[in-house]
Design a protein around this ligand. Structure first.
Ligand SMILES: [Zn+2]
Ligand SMILES: [Zn+2]
Length: 440
């Protein structure tokens, strides 16, 4: 069996054949094709998770850098848009810093072709072994700083890409181990240490430092509420969701996130300065139903994603892909009934106004219309709200569902950039010549 044949099998994605080949001594797991691509690079680009797993299991070198244009397996994984494989490469020790022949990292290449999920995965990656370090007593310690049973649930929160504080509190709440004053105290102390490490290490990672700090703040907030009342964080969730009278803007949430940013302990960090600049304008300026500004700024800084896509973000927990509309106003979406129920106590105050706003926009002719005197008053709405709750809890499915990535990338573009050396080399849009305006 030749190298070419084995690579061909990997390309076909036949797991059994690939496994048989790898067991035979003649095939090297890191063999290269004519463009310097390893079987792992091919499998990563093709989105073959099982084959990638198998290759890594057989010792495939995730950092092999023999590709003619300097592409790594991580770059191919992120270009393919497969977040699972991207994560797998990172878990296997893939370095995020190497650049290809056009001077771009894996995250930058993924951003260029609109694979924002992969960008987020790379920017937020944190190795579990770094957390597990704290689950063993160090030096003279008798007990580890982090009880081993807390490492799993804490790691899950660290790895989340949804920074909505409501979602984070929900994640704490769903794990009984974490709804505990002592446990939360240990977790936030470890996060503070990790934050310090990210700042002080040689290649300072400000993004991860800010994220650790932010999660620490959320856990400290949970801790404060747990100390005050034994309601399993329900009051905290309500405080975070409660909208301002009139436009439903979640003031408490906005203020909480602002405070988190202000409290970041390393004032020399560039990221902090950018964030403070972005949230500096008047915090009270916001349109009804729009995402809090501090949250948008933080999300963009930490995940590289624009928080523009409110259209598919759950109004309660911020999870993407929410497809259940409030059946009254049809202006807000939720990921499920639990989230809608949780939000209703505050949404009911603006639901009717949103509905009227929508009706007004939908008027066929652009003529001036008289709005009834009580159109924006809530007095008559409040009374009927509770009886209407049952109705409103019925969901209307979204008529149009589309994936985010489709909005951002041209598939043909993705292929041209993604497969250097494998495509027509004489073409004008060869990756070496591409100067994507959004990467400068
Ligand atoms: Zn939700
Ligand atoms: Zn509504």
């Amino acid at each position: 069996m030749t190298t070419q044949q084995s690579i061909a099998e990997v390309k076909r994605g036949d797991l059994k054949k690939a496994a048989r080949l790898l067991r035979s001594k003649e095939v090297r797991v890191n063999c290269l094709d004519e463009n310097g691509m390893t079987p792992l690079m091919h499998a990563a680009y093709k989105g073959q998770a099982d084959v990638c797993k198998l290759l890594l299991h057989h010792g495939a070198d995730v950092n092999c850098n023999e590709h003619e244009y300097g592409y790594t397996a991580l770059m191919f994984a992120s270009l393919s848009g497969n977040a699972e494989i991207t994560c797998m490469m990172l878990d296997a020790g893939a370095e995020t810093d190497p650049v290809n022949s056009v001077g771009r990292t894996a995250a930058q290449m993924a951003a260029f072709v609109g694979q924002h999920d992969c960008v987020t995965v790379i920017n937020n990656f944190f190795s579990k072994t770094k957390l597990e370090y704290y689950t063993k007593p160090q030096g003279l310690e008798k007990e580890p700083m982090l009880p081993p049973k807390l490492a799993g649930p804490l790691y899950k929160i660290i790895m989340t890409t949804n920074l909505n504080p409501v979602k984070m509190v929900m994640m704490v709440k769903e794990n009984p181990l974490l709804v505990d004053v002592v446990a939360l105290e240990k977790c936030y102390r470890v996060l503070d240490l990790l934050c310090e490490q990210c700042v002080k290490q040689q290649d300072m990672n400000e993004v991860l430092a800010m994220k650790m700090h932010y999660i620490s703040c959320v856990l400290q907030k949970c801790l404060a509420f747990l100390r005050e009342r034994d309601d399993k964080l329900d009051t905290l969730l309500k405080s975070l969701l409660k909208g301002r009278d009139g436009d439903g803007f979640p003031e408490y949430q906005e203020k909480f996130i602002r405070d988190c940013i202000w409290k970041f302990p390393y004032c020399e960090a560039t990221l902090l300065h950018q964030l403070i600049q972005n949230i500096a304008p008047d915090e009270t300026v916001s349109e009804t139903g729009s995402a809090p500004m501090a949250f948008s700024a933080l999300t963009q800084a930490l995940t590289g994603q624009m928080a523009l896509m409110d259209a598919e973000l759950c109004a309660t927990c911020g999870e993407r892909g929410a497809d259940k509309k409030c059946s009254f106003c049809k202006m807000v979406v939720y990921c499920g009934q639990a989230c809608q129920k949780l939000h209703w106590f505050t949404h009911k105050k603006v639901c009717k106004a949103l509905q009227q706003q929508k009706d007004f926009i939908n008027e066929e002719c652009p003529r001036v219309r008289e709005i009834p005197a009580n159109a924006n008053g809530y007095d008559d709405i409040e009374g009927t709200c509770s009886s209407l709750l049952g109705l409103c809890l019925g969901f209307a499915e979204l008529e149009h569902s589309h994936s985010f990535s489709q909005n951002y990338c041209e598939p043909s573009n993705a292929v041209a950039v993604a497969m250097p050396g494998c495509q027509d080399r004489g073409r004008d849009d060869h990756p070496r010549d591409i100067r994507p305006h959004n990467l400068h």
